[in-house]
Design a binder for this molecule. Sequence first.
Ligand code: NAD
Ligand code: UDX
Length: 478
Amino acid sequence: MIKQVCCIGAGYVGGPTMSVFADKCKDINFNVVDVNADRIAAWNSKDLSKLPIFEPGLDEIVKRCRGKNLTFSTEVHKCISEADIIFISVNTPTKTKGIGAGKASDLKWVESCARQISEHARGYTIVVEKSTLPVRTGEVIKDILDSSQSSLNSKKKNSFDILSNPEFLAEGTAIDDLENPDRILIGGSNENAIKVLHDLYKRWVSEEKIIHTNLWSSELAKLTANAFLAQRLSSINSISALCEVTGADVREVSRAIGKDRRIGSKFLNVGPGFGGSCFKKDILNLVYLANHFGLPEVADFWESVVYLNSWNQDRLTRIILEKLFGTLTEKKIGILGFSFKANTNDTRESPAIQICKNLLNEGAFLKIHDPKVSQKQIALDLGIPSIEECLNEENLNKKNKDKKWEKSLLRNDFFENLDAVVVLTEWSIYSDIDWGKVSKKMRSPGWVFDTRLIVDEEKVINSGLCFWRVGVGTLKRN
Ligand code: NAD
Ligand code: UDX
């Protein structure tokens, strides 16, 4: 009988995943632990708007379960020692130095978890890889766990089974993805351990969606899923560039190809390029593995997906530069959206970072707005001391409690004297901007660049502003 579950890592995966588990399995305690005391304090904050992660619906679940069968603490050793199942949900970023730097995953946090588990776990424990890991990491974890037991006498020996259970949630829709997953993947070799995890998920996921594989297939399937998704985005973004110069419209092309059931209609929205903590890191990991196993052609194929993505971000900068008469020196540009996608406060690998850095390099002055990303985070990402004029919902609420966002923006003169506005994240509020009012504030000729295809072309053009948008050939409009 499973009574205690421990999750190491209270991040974007550990926090929401365990919250949904706790909500669905009220008779089991879920203890989420992390070495980052600030993050844990934020998970425990009374004001639910202060949770460290913004995900629609997450606050409600935390409210229901926290303090009952869901805890957040820094008591890593204690929670490990009490656990029947331990999820490893720590960060696995790309290595920044040493062999494999820039491509291979840095597994130091995973190794540290394995060592802590080997020291503090008691009795029989199922260890679950929730983090995204290179193929055969399960072997490393098992070696660490087993090696610590060999010196103990048989009475004190503990035993472990390792499972791989990668997480497929996407940020911004994490709660829905967790409550209604397309599939649950459980990789491993011990039937009993697989059954225990299977039975937990079975409480809310139908059994035909729970897939069992061997450990290595499960680890590789996660990397492959992300690589396929990212490859789709590089494919459509490459076609969008072709649309712009040929007079085609990428939305029409997407619709036409998406009707083919073999291709499908999802994940075909063009944009400034994919961001987020996973796609680039996981493809580079795949590239490293392919090279490691002597498959350089496979490695090159996947690396081109990442190359195309960076090229796309630089391409957008070049277009902005060209439209603004070839120089950005002293020009004021308003950036709308800094998170890597809408409905998250996460900025990891956000295309906005590279594009803003490029614009700053060209001498532009930036005003940046995002509803959920803090000024501090933006300054950190851009490597600058502070962002004086960055506005976010928190600031606006402080100054202007009862007014709508757009009015607040106008009141705060966000658009005053701007030469251009660049929409980088598809927050829905950016679709409702009153361009008639905005155009009166901007310098002429004012430009609007829409990299997400969410702005109403007619409204912008009617307001007298110049308009450019991704993936739509200008020939068509002439
Ligand atoms: P994150 O950086 O948000 O959180 C990881 C947390 O682990 C941090 O708070 C860190 O302090 C903690 N940690 C690290 N080592 C620790 C240790 N030894 N003991 C206790 N705490 C420790 O990372 P994330 O976005 O939640 O991603 C976690 C894993 O899940 C990664 O492998 C990632 O690739 C994968 N993943 C992420 C997403 C996503 O949308 N973010 C989706 C699917 C899978
Ligand atoms: C991704 C995977 O979708 C998820 O299964 C995995 O567990 C973690 O990595 P995430 O990065 O959170 O999730 O978000 P996702 O919706 O995949 O978007 C990734 C990037 O692609 C974002 O920058 C987004 O704006 C971009 N994107 C997505 C597009 O440009 N067009 C699309 O059609 C979809």
